[in-house]
Design a protein around this ligand. Structure first.
Ligand code: ADP
Ligand code: MG
Length: 473
C-alpha cells in the first residue's frame, strides 16, 4: 500500500472531493479548517481541528463522511482521530481558495475592512516559522539605500496587500542581488501577519514535484497544493523553466487558476524576461503582466550601509577603513560582499585580536587570488584588456568589427565569464550584445588558449593586470 508521505496526498484528495460534494460554504467553514497531522498506517489517520468546540461539531456533521471518503480512496477502512491544534488551524484557516469574506467567517466579523494586512487581523495562535522560508530573510534585515529603495517599497506594499496591490510581481536581477531575500521577506511578512497560506518553491523543485506527481499518479494533490491550498505563491528562479515544456504547461494552468481567484503570485528571474529562451510567449507575457521590480548591483554607499549593519549586528568592531576597503573592492553583488566581510570577521575571531588594515588587505588579496574572484568588476577587466592592447575601453564596448578590436573584446568577455559572478546575459549587456555572443566569444578564446602559446601569454597578462587594478581600486 501507500508510502508514508502519500497519506497526506490521500487526505488532500479526499478533501478536494468532499469540497465538490459539500459545496464551498461547508468547505469554507468546516472542511477547509482541518489539516493532515500524521498516519501510523493506512488505517489510522490523525487530523487537526482548530478548537474543542469545532471538534464536537465536526464529529457530528462530517467525521463519518470524511472516513467514508478516505476509506473508498484508500481501498481499506480508515479511522480518523481528531486532535485540537491551534497552530495548524491558523495555517488551514484560508483553505477555501477565496479571500475570506468577513460575513462568512464569524470569528473575523470585526476585522477591519482595509485591504492592508493589519496587526489586528493576525491569527490568534502565534504561527511558527514556515520551514520553506529563511527566518533571517525579513524586511528588518533588508538594508535600504538610494538604489534599492524602490524595490523595497514595492515589496512592502505587496506584503501588506497580497493579491490586491500588484499582481503578479516579477523581481529580476543578477545573481546575489537579493531577489530571494526580498521575495521571502514578503512571504515571512504575510505568513506572520495574516491567515493566508504562503507557498515558496524554487522553479527547480516545482519541476521535480511535478514530475514526481506524474510518475506516482498524484497529479490531483499536486494541483491542489498549488491551485487551492495556496493563497500566495512565491516561485523563485523561473529561468529554470527554459526548455521544460511539460512543466511550463502545468505552470501556465497553475498561474491562471491563481490569477482567477486573485491570489498573489511573485516570480523571480535572474535575467530579463526577453532574454529567456524556449519559453512560449503566452507564459512570458504572463510573467511580465504585472509589476516589475528590478534589482541592480548596489552602489558604494549602499554597500557600506550593509557592511555597517552587519558589523553592528555581529558586534564585530571592524574599523571604518576596513569596511571601506571591502565596500570599494566587492562591487559584484551582495552575496560576495557579505562573504568577503564575513571572511574578515572570521579571521579576527580566529586570531583573537582586532584585525588591521594590513591583515585585511592580505585576506582580500587571498580572496582575489581564488579562481572565481568576487571582487572583480567588468569595468576593471575592460580597463586591463584595453591597456594591454593599447585601446580605450570605449573601443571594446563599441560596435567596431576590425580584428584589432574584436579579439580583445572576446578576451574581455572571456575573462568576465571566468573571474566574475556575472551571467553571460549580464556580461553581454555590458558590451551591447546578447548572451549567445558571449558564449561564442568564450569558446573562441578557449580554443585559441589551447593551441597558441602567445595568445595564452596575452590573456594571462590581462588577467594579472585586472587583479592589480582591482587591488588598487
Ligand atoms: P539572489 O536571490 O538575487 O541571488 P539573495 O536574495 O540570495 O540573492 O541574496 C544574497 C545575499 O545577500 C543574502 O544573504 C541576502 O540576505 C543578502 N542581501 C541581498 N540584498 C540585501 C540587502 N539589501 N540588505 C541586506 N542583505 C542583503
Ligand atoms: Mg535566489
Amino acid at each position: 500500500m501507500a508510502k508514508k508521505g502519500d497519506y497526506k496526498a490521500l487526505f488532500d484528495e479526499a478533501l478536494e472531493e468532499l469540497r465538490v460534494e459539500c459545496g464551498e460554504d461547508d468547505y469554507f467553514i468546516w472542511l477547509g479548517k482541518i489539516g493532515f497531522l500524521s498516519a501510523s498506517g493506512p488505517e489510522e489517520m490523525q487530523v487537526s481541528v482548530p478548537s474543542a468546540f469545532f471538534l464536537t461539531q465536526f464529529k457530528r456533521k462530517f467525521l463519518a463522511r470524511l472516513q467514508e471518503k478516505l476509506s473508498s480512496l484508500a481501498g481499506t477502512t480508515v479511522t480518523v482521530s481528531l486532535k485540537v491544534d491551534e497552530d495548524a488551524a491558523a495555517a488551514a484557516a484560508v483553505a477555501s481558495g477565496q479571500q475570506p469574506k468577513p460575513a462568512e467567517a464569524p470569528d473575523k466579523a470585526s476585522a477591519p475592512q482595509s485591504k492592508d494586512i493589519h496587526p489586528t487581523e493576525a491569527p490568534r495562535a502565534p504561527r511558527k516559522q514556515l520551514p520553506s522560508l529563511r527566518e533571517d530573510f525579513t524586511f528588518d534585515n533588508y538594508i535600504i539605500g538610494e538604489d534599492n529603495k524602490y524595490a523595497a517599497k514595492a515589496a512592502d506594499v505587496i506584503a501588506r496587500n497580497p493579491g490586491s496591490a500588484y499582481n503578479p510581481v516579477l523581481i529580476y536581477g543578477g545573481v546575489g542581488l537579493g531577489k530571494t531575500h526580498l521575495m521571502q521577506a514578503i512571504g515571512n511578512y504575510i505568513h506572520f501577519n495574516s491567515n493566508l497560506r504562503v507557498t515558496y518553491i524554487t522553479a527547480e523543485n516545482f519541476l521535480n514535484e511535478f514530475l514526481e506527481a506524474m510518475n506516482s499518479q498524484k497529479m490531483n494533490s499536486f494541483k491542489n497544493k498549488f491551485r487551492y491550498t495556496t493563497d500566495v505563491l512565491l516561485l523563485d528562479d523561473i529561468q529554470f523553466f527554459e526548455g521544460k515544456e511539460q512543466t511550463q504547461e502545468e505552470l501556465f494552468h497553475t498561474f491562471n487558476a491563481l490569477a482567477d481567484s486573485k491570489k498573489q503570485v511573485v516570480f523571480t528571474c535572474d535575467r530579463l524576461i526577453s532574454d529567456l529562451k524556449k519559453i512560449p510567449e503566452r507564459l512570458t507575457t504572463r510573467f511580465e503582466s504585472g509589476l516589475k521590480v528590478d534589482l541592480k548591483p548596489l552602489k558604494y554607499e549602499t554597500r557600506i550601509l550593509i557592511l555597517r549593519s552587519i558589523n553592528e549586528t555581529k558586534k564585530a568592531n571592524i574599523p571604518a577603513e576596513i569596511i571601506d576597503l571591502v565596500g570599494k573592492n566587492v562591487a559584484s553583488n551582495v552575496r560576495d560582499l557579505l562573504s568577503a566581510f564575513k571572511n574578515l570577521i572570521a579571521y579576527q575571531d580566529l586570531t583573537g585580536r582586532p584585525i588591521t588594515l594590513v591583515d585585511a588587505q592580505k585576506q582580500m588579496r587571498d580572496l582575489i587570488g581564488s579562481p572565481r574572484q568576487p571582487t572583480m568588476s567588468i569595468d576593471i577587466i575592460l580597463k586591463a584588456v584595453a591597456d594591454e592592447f593599447h585601446l580605450s575601453h570605449n573601443d571594446l564596448r563599441s560596435k567596431k568589427k576590425s580584428k584589432n578590436v574584436v579579439t580583445p573584446r572576446h578576451i574581455a568577455m572571456y575573462l568576465a565569464r571566468e573571474i566574475t559572478e556575472y551571467s553571460t546575459t549580464e556580461i553581454g549587456a555590458e558590451f551591447g550584445k546578447d548572451h549567445a555572443t558571449v558564449i561564442f566569444a568564450c569558446r573562441k578564446v578557449d580554443t585559441r588558449l589551447k593551441t597558441e602559446p602567445d595568445f595564452y601569454e596575452i590573456v594571462e597578462n590581462c588577467k594579472r593586470k585586472a587583479r592589480e587594478y582591482s587591488m588598487r581600486n
